[in-house]
Design a binder for this molecule. Structure first.
Ligand code: SUG
Length: 451
């Protein structure tokens, strides 16, 4: 068997990264509406995250930003040249221009749901681009995400990239942010835990982003056998407290699940269901469930510190590390950071170390370390083919090239008003051109591979 391991794709913020207050269910986004952003700093902070992951021996790849403002959206409302539409939009429809300008494609945990070859009945690596239906500024990502993922995986044997699910059929899908894959190791069969907020029942909170029907559709098209899946309902109360995605209240890696006791509708009994399903799939193997009680950290504290939006990564020595946002140290007198240190000091779990990263630019929009990553478990052969098709696997040389383009083209700061300056659009075009050349992708055509 091919040893399989995981590539962590990290999303890069684009040059229009700003604070539009566009997600009403997302506390950070709503709170920071209208504050001044720095696209340059945002992108450099994400490069810092990539460097840290590389230094810890993780395989990292990059997903590029999308061209903004999104012209097809503006063209539904305005006409003329791109510059004319931007100038008119900032005066007549500033809220629309903000949505069209969102750099939200950086949160690639929402780009797709992934099922590796080892899990699927047809032996294929399936990816379904998320339709992100709930919010307009995110919905416009879906087509280009599909295009860029198709180009990136075009040469990868057995990879199938599915287009976004049909929102017209009522399927609302937010990708990997509501999905956890539990397995003894990345190359062994995984239990896919699909977490949903809406099932068409009267209990559905209005702001639920993920529907059960969408999760089921993903299971079917990914050919995931019944014994490898579990559908778990989010706790409606915590959705209303700002847990807009499951990855705001739970995080997993391989056989470790770190979760708040109030994450799911039936609390501890849902956790028991997960444990039992895992034991059926892997008899005799233990799932390590680390439950954080409300007494230790309240849901509100979890939402503000993004404790659970950390990444848990596997280290080359077989142990694990937490990659956590600096807010965990800064808020509530460092209570969340302390809890992380305690977990890492406990020898009963594989977590050994915690690294705090400054992702403040992204965090102010509700995007922590886990939002910025999409995990793809791939066989060696698939990884080699990926490397031969496009240049997305990150090494120091690639980072330096991306960094030079960021210093050259990214604005220092952005406000709602500056989005009306066509110069920002021109800078975005230059970024797409530059990144496209670096990564061997045609980013001006939505990310397709060059002919
Ligand atoms: O969808 N924020 C994103 C954050 C996504 C975080 N992703 C995960 N949890 N996986 C969202 O709410 C805010 C944009 C703004 O307000 O300008 C935004 O879209």
């Amino acid at each position: 068997m091919n040893p399989t391991d995981e590539i962590i794709f990290i999303g890069l913020p684009g040059p229009t990264h700003h604070y539009g207050g566009l997600s009403s269910d997302n506390v950070a986004s709503s709170t920071n509406r209208g504050s001044v952003s720095s696209p340059k700093e945002a992108a450099l902070q994400v490069l810092g995250l990539m460097r840290l992951l590389l230094s810890l021996g993780v395989k990292v790849a990059v997903l590029p930003p999308q061209l903004r403002p999104h012209m097809p959206l503006l063209r539904l409302h305005f006409s003329g040249s791109e510059e004319e539409m931007i100038r008119e939009a900032v005066v007549k429809a500033p809220a629309l221009l903000e949505k069209a300008s969102s750099a939200s494609a950086m949160w690639v945990a929402n780009a797709a749901t992934v099922s590796p070859s080892v899990d699927t009945a047809d032996g294929k690596l399936h990816l379904t681009a998320a339709n992100l239906f709930t919010n307009l500024h995110r919905r416009i990502e879906a087509e280009d995400t599909f295009t860029v993922l198709s180009a990136i995986f075009a040469g990868v044997p057995d990879a199938v990239v599915h287009p976004p699910l049909s929102a017209a059929a009522g399927l609302h899908d937010e990708g990997a942010a509501n999905h956890m894959r539990l397995s003894p190791g990345h190359g062994e069969k995984g239990l896919h835990v699909f977490v949903f907020g809406a099932s068409g029942s009267a209990r559905d909170p209005e702001s639920a982003r993920q529907s059960l029907s969408a999760s089921r559709a993903v299971q079917q098209q990914h050919r995931l056998p019944q014994e490898e899946v579990l559908f778990v309902r989010q706790n409606a109360e915590v959705i209303n407290e700002g847990v807009f995605h499951n990855d705001v209240i739970a995080v997993s890696n391989a056989d470790v699940l770190l979760v708040h006791e109030l994450a799911f509708e039936h609390g501890h009994s849902a956790l028991q269901d997960i444990d039992e399903a895992y034991a059926r799939l892997h008899p005799g193997r233990e799932l390590i469930v680390l439950v954080v009680e409300d007494e230790q950290l309240t849901v509100d504290e979890a939402v503000h510190t993004y404790f659970f939006n950390s990444q848990i990564i596997s280290l080359p020595n077989g142990r694990m590390a937490l990659i956590a946002p600096v807010e965990a140290q800064a808020l509530y007198e460092g209570k969340a950071a302390e809890l992380m240190e305690q977990i890492c000091a406990d020898e009963g779990n594989p977590l050994d170390e915690v690294h705090f990263v400054d992702l403040r630019q992204s965090m102010r929009n509700g995007g922590g370390p886990a939002c910025l990553r999409l995990r793809v478990a791939m066989t060696q052969i698939q990884q080699e083919a990926l490397a031969a098709t496009v240049r997305v696997l990150v090494d120091e040389a690639l980072l330096e090239e991306l960094e030079a383009a960021i210093y050259r083209y990214y604005p220092e700061s952005i406000t709602a008003e500056t989005l009306g300056n066509p110069a920002i659009y021109h800078a975005s075009l230059q970024v797409m051109e530059a990144f496209g050349q670096i990564m061997r992708l045609n980013l001006l055509q939505g990310g397709s591979a060059p002919a």
